[in-house]
Design a protein around this ligand. Structure first.
Ligand SMILES: [Zn+2]
Length: 130
């Protein structure tokens, strides 16, 4: 098992491949990305294309696979938070209503985004604006 880390010897030049940031809404060609230099990857993670020019988080090729992975991770976060809120409620400690509303808003936004893509909308923005 690899735990000590390793150095990447060669990176394929993505040229103008469309990329998206994992931390903000930035999207653009790979040519605008900054070098990764150092990062932590877990086996199974996608390879980053570079760092976002706006926020410095890792950015990835903007492919259907990457979008599906990002949606799955977002759904996992929302579901985990809902399970936690449910557990508090069942223990007689309902918690902060604002937190509940925020989780629902996050889940609703994510579902609209996913539904927008399934209808053939490449960006999902039309569903978000509706
Ligand atoms: Zn960013």
């Amino acid at each position: 098992m690899t735990t000590a880390g390793y150095r990447v010897e060669k990176v394929k030049d993505l040229q103008g491949t469309a990329c998206a940031c994992s931390g903000c809404a930035w999207k653009g060609p790979a040519t605008l990305l900054k070098e990764v230099v150092k990062c932590t990857l877990t086996p199974g993670d996608m390879s980053p294309a570079g760092r976002c020019p706006k926020c410095d988080k890792l950015a990835y090729p903007d492919t259907e696979l990457h979008r599906a992975q990002a949606n799955a991770e977002g759904l996992e976060v929302v579901l985990r938070r809902l399970v936690e809120l449910d557990r508090k409620l069942r223990n007689g400690k309902p918690g902060n209503p604002a937190e509940y509303e925020e989780v629902l808003r996050s889940g609703t936004t994510l579902l609209r985004k996913i539904r927008g893509r399934k209808r053939g909308d490449a960006s999902g923005d039309a569903a978000d604006a509706a």
